[in-house]
Design a protein around this ligand. Structure first.
Ligand code: IMP
Length: 192
């Protein structure tokens, strides 16, 4: 089967992406590809970061690869934390630190609208191609979790659902999520 290196060692993302691309391509993590080191993520757009991560892998492996970058865009915060979602509460902060900071920033705020947006950059034979997915929803006022998910999942409730991402079975999240939708477009492209 065709192999694609995924520029991530995030276990949650690997599980999600592998499940979505099962039977189409073998998704290889950075560790499995023998690639070590910190991938730079210094662009100020999701597309720029996805490209930077995919290029880092391509330059070292000359193997077809893809990378994703995701941002949580909160309406009342003018789209923040956006491209800075991972480091919202500071360098090396935890998911909980980010959630605490966001809940504090939205304390008393009635506009809870937000979206998750993912951009995937695929590099195939040295050429780039992009796929985007987006899901709209609300930021909850406290954590709702069954222990599923990661990142901001406990406080994000997608539109038309009454539960947070962290309360959903993975297959449901994958079907409707930002990354799920972006990966579905990647899958459609790879199947052609
Ligand atoms: P990344 O740059 O794609 O790793 O995503 C940036 C940050 O967005 C991550 O550190 C997470 O905090 C958050 N994030 C990305 N994807 C998800 C998701 O599916 N659920 C919740 N948070 C996410």
């Amino acid at each position: 089967m065709r192999r694609l290196i995924f520029a991530s060692n995030n276990k949650h993302k690997l599980v999600e992406v592998r499940a979505a691309l099962e039977g189409i391509v073998e998704v290889v993590s950075l560790a499995e590809a023998g690639l070590e080191g910190e991938i730079p993520e210094t662009a100020n757009t999701l597309q720029g970061n996805a490209l930077q991560k995919a290029q880092w892998v391509w330059e070292r492996s000359h193997t077809d690869c893809f990378a994703d970058d995701t941002g949580l865009e909160v309406d009342a915060l003018g789209g923040a934390p956006g491209v800075y979602s991972a480091r919202y509460a500071g360098e090396h902060c935890s998911f909980d630190d980010n959630i605490d900071k966001l809940l504090a920033a939205l304390d008393g705020q009635r506009n809870r609208k937000a979206d998750f947006r993912t951009v995937i950059c695929l590099i195939e034979n040295g050429r780039e191609c992009y796929f985007e997915g987006r899901v709209d929803g609300q930021i909850l006022s406290e954590r709702h979790t069954n222990g599923e998910g990661f990142g901001y999942d406990p406080i994000f409730m997608p539109d038309r659902f009454a539960v947070s991402f962290a309360e959903m079975p993975l297959d449901v999240k994958n079907r409707i999520s930002h990354r799920g939708l972006a990966v579905a477009k990647l899958k459609e492209y790879l199947e052609k």
